[in-house]
Design a protein around this ligand. Sequence first.
Ligand SMILES: *Cc1c(COP(=O)(O)O)cnc(C)c1O
Length: 358
Amino acid sequence: MSRGTRALISRSALKHNFAQVKLRAPSSRIWAVVKANAYGHGASAVARVLSEADGFAVSTFDEGIALRNDGISKPIILLEGVTDGSQLAEVARQRFHCVVHCREQVEQIASQSTTDPLIVWLKADTGMHRLGFSPSEVKAVRLQLQSFSHVELNGLMTHLACADDQAKNETTNAQVSQFQEITQSSDITSIGNSAGIIMNERWHGDWVRPGIMLYGASPVATKSAASLDLQAVMTFQSPVIAVRRIQRGEGAGYGHRWHAPRDSVIATLAAGYGDGYPRHAPDGTPVWLNGQIAPLVGRVSMDMLMIDVTDLAQVQVGDMAELWGEHLPVDQVASAIDTIGYELLTRLSGRVPLEFAD
Ligand SMILES: *Cc1c(COP(=O)(O)O)cnc(C)c1O
């Protein structure tokens, strides 16, 4: 029997969030971003639920192959292209859409002819300064790519650096204007991530690339997932495996980081940093149990953590706590831990079974 710690994945929440993307970007096609094991939710299973997506976006060749091996036949885009030119033949054979963001990748394409056409997206760097060709290079690179008989240039894309921050709207608008200057009206374009989709319809393009919003977390610090009508897809649960009383002044956990300010009841849960719950979570980080919030106390261990349930009625061994999810937004936990929902979801460890439910 499993120890009870698990991540429930809600198919209906996933479909609901996908519908929210469609509502906000009705005229765009949708690359559902399932990189990093669908932000911890299980890439192939998520792709099967999102059967209405026009395609799936992953970061790496291996992630794309894993989806194909699990029978996902829709278009798949490799957001970073490939680093190893010898993979291009397989990229073409699998009909992966392949991002080309640097000179080295163009050279690999030039020296590797493929039997199947290689479907390519040219990535422009309009200000993120992470990947992509600078606007002044785009024209020449486009011509070069178009000169290869085995290449089918499908579209142009760019990535927004500050779309989640209204105070930086000017920066984002400048990125989008730059992109418009280097694209023609007949080009197929892709711009918006979740923040771009939510914040401004002019930041979408022909294909949007939602990730985090599909999983029901907010990409925008000032807007809650609920206010955006997004539903938590993952509910990370762990059972109470022990309950004890300690006296005022006693310490609990490694290093006695926390001392009881009053006589207290402590519940121990079967989840720790070995499951992906961050070790640096401070005292007071919220945990949900029996309809109430109980604060984390003491250092998170590898396999366990402790919560103060003094103010909760009748906590028993076997009660199921929620570390984040349906009752406790992952963004709220992330903010207490000084990180973002993306990181908590993505770092869920392989030890935690994913259980899909409607
Ligand atoms: C991860 C990623 C996305 C999705 O971003 P979210 O903020 O999760 O919506 C979109 N585009 C690119 C290039 C990415 O790397």
